[in-house]
Write a protein that binds this ligand. Structure first.
Ligand code: NAD
Length: 502
């Protein structure tokens, strides 16, 4: 593979690229080659404080800018992102490893939130009640919360930040984003395009870093709200510390998404759905299917027979090869962790039907590649079933009845997504009604809500009261104010009137 030059990255504060001053730098990898492709400054507490101060200073003018003017900047931003989408997708694929079409999809789903946010004048309209008492009127409106923070994961470098800041900005807040240190460049490119679109300096800022930067954001008295997307242990910490410091917090976390296959399901459709949703983006999606639950032995057998050749035939490689279906994992450490889970599954007694550990990728010998893996006869007590693996490792858990499948889902600690494949409307209706899961699919394996609905799981997949984007996003990034007015009739005597009537 071609030699990559190593870029030196920066923070983005007050409309400018800012060189890191902490003296600490991190490595950003190209996971397909295993090479470092960029050096990233890791912000100190003082650098984070500077970004927060800038966002705080920019707040009054931005909060009082008419919503339609704020929306017009987002319209311009959308155009600019589309003009630069190929460059952004290249960067995403280089740092993340996902295929180019997948990176473009990541960006497109994020842009849909921008499109939603451009409707903010309508979304911010309040309620008015006339004459709630004698000459008393009452109305409610929503105002920005203040300086908002986003802390984002590696797996969607564009979409997840875009779940947050377009709505926060449209609502009149200012923003400090701390993107994943593994895939930082996309956020820096987006920040620059916001400035080009006419966003006033200081309204949107990016600080790069790790725990030190996150802790500085979480404990600052000048931060009003924190949106987090990432793993459950970190999200639980963010939620607790953020709340202790008086912030509004939403933390969207880990997952173990089940797909139930009923005996009447269209098996070709099921297999296509599983291949895309379990192995697309190397299984590094919070809505990836990681557990398939065939109902009945015959269903399990048919499914297994069709799945095996498809998994063995997955085309694995670098994003630079357009024929590739699945890229590498994000880091060498994560590769070891996922391989470790495969070892654990074997030790626990599950049957490893397809073993992707020996995969060879020409030119990618140092890359973080793992082939698709399939376990059968996985039991609900096994760690490979209970824990989030976040890689291309799929478990088949065989059950004898629909009720058993629903019970499995409902007692699992995670509640992000679940799907059922069936031709039976009664069964599908019962499933959508019964499962304690935030996002449910019927013959749809990855039921990701669109921008004008809201995205969020249940149980330990989400801490906080609000899902993200859509109406829930507008609520999260605004505070309700209710005003009650009484205008006495005394002034009326002083007014001059046209004489009505005759
Ligand atoms: P992660 O939790 O390791 O990191 C997320 C963010 O938290 C990063 O910005 C990181 O720098 C920061 N962070 C990491 N450790 C920290 C610590 N100890 N203290 C403070 N901050 C810390 O997650 P990841 O590996 O980047 O992403 C994968 C995870 O994200 C998976 O668990 C996946 O399910 C989850 N995810 C969830 C959703 C959802 O909507 N529910 C969406 C995408 C990803």
């Amino acid at each position: 593979m071609a030699h990559q030059t190593i870029r030196t990255l920066y923070h983005y504060i007050n409309g400018e690229k800012v060189v890191g001053r902490s003296g600490r730098m991190g490595d950003v990898y190209n996971p397909a080659t295993g090479d470092v492709c960029a050096k990233l400054p890791l912000a100190s507490k003082a650098e984070v404080a500077q970004a927060i101060q800038v966002a705080r200073d920019a707040l009054p003018a931005w909060a009082s800018t008419p919503p339609l003017q704020r929306a017009r900047i987002l319209m311009k931003f959308r155009e600019l992102v589309l003009q630069h989408q190929d460059e952004i997708a290249q960067t995403m694929s280089q740092e993340h490893g996902k295929t180019l079409p997948d990176s473009l999809g990541d960006l497109t789903r994020g842009l849909e939130v921008v499109e939603f946010a451009t409707g903010i004048p309508h979304l911010l309209k309040g309620d008015f009640c006339e004459n709630v008492a004698n000459v008393v009127d009452s109305y409610s409106l929503r105002q920005p919360v203040g300086v908002c923070v986003g802390i984002t994961p590696f797996n969607f470098p564009a979409m997840v930040p875009l779940w947050m800041f377009p709505i926060a900005l449209a609502c009149g807040n200012t923003f400090v984003l701390k993107p994943s240190e593994k895939v930082p460049t996309t956020s820096l490119l987006l920040a620059d395009l916001l400035t080009q679109a006419g966003l006033p300096h200081g309204v949107f800022n990016v600080v790069n870093g790790e725990k030190e930067a996150v802790d500085a954001l979480l404990t600052s008295p000048d931060v009003a709200a924190v949106s987090f997307v990432g793993s459950t242990p970190v999200g639980e910490y963010i939620y607790r510390v953020g709340c202790e410091h008086g912030k509004r917090v939403q933390a969207l976390c880990g997952a173990k998404n089940h797909l139930v296959v009923m005996p009447d399901a269209d098996m070709n459709q099921v297999v296509d759905a599983i291949i895309g949703s379990a192995y697309g983006s190397a299984g590094e999606r919070c809505m990836a299917i990681s557990v398939v639950v065939p109902v009945g032995e015959e269903t399990a057998q048919r499914l297994r027979e069709q799945l095996i050749p498809r998994i063995q035939g997955l085309k694995i490689g670098a994003y630079t090869d357009k024929t590739v279906e699945m890229g590498p994992l994000i880091t060498a450490q994560h590769l070891q962790k996922v391989k470790g889970y495969v070892d654990i599954g074997v030790q626990e007694g599950a049957e490893l039907v397809v073993d992707g550990r020996g995969v060879q990728v020409a030119g990618g010998e140092k890359g973080f590649f793992l082939g698709g893996c399939l376990f059968d006869h996985v039991k609900p007590t096994m760690r490979i079933y209970l824990e989030e693996i976040f890689g291309p490792v799929l478990s088949l858990v065989r059950v004898n009845s629909y009720a058993e499948a629903v019970q499995l889902i409902n007692v699992h600690e995670y509640g992000n997504g679940a799907a059922i494949f069936t031709r039976d409307g009664d069964c599908a209706r019962n499933f959508t009604h019964t499962v304690n899961i935030g996002m449910v699919g019927v013959n749809v394996p990855i039921p990701v809500p669109v921008a004008y609905n809201s995205f969020g799981g249940w149980k330990r997949s989400l801490f906080g009261d609000h899902s993200i984007h859509g109406a829930e996003g507008v609520h999260f990034y605004t505070r309700l104010k209710t005003i009650t007015t009484r205008w006495t009739t005394g002034l009326r005597g002083a007014q001059f009137h046209f004489k009505g009537g005759s």
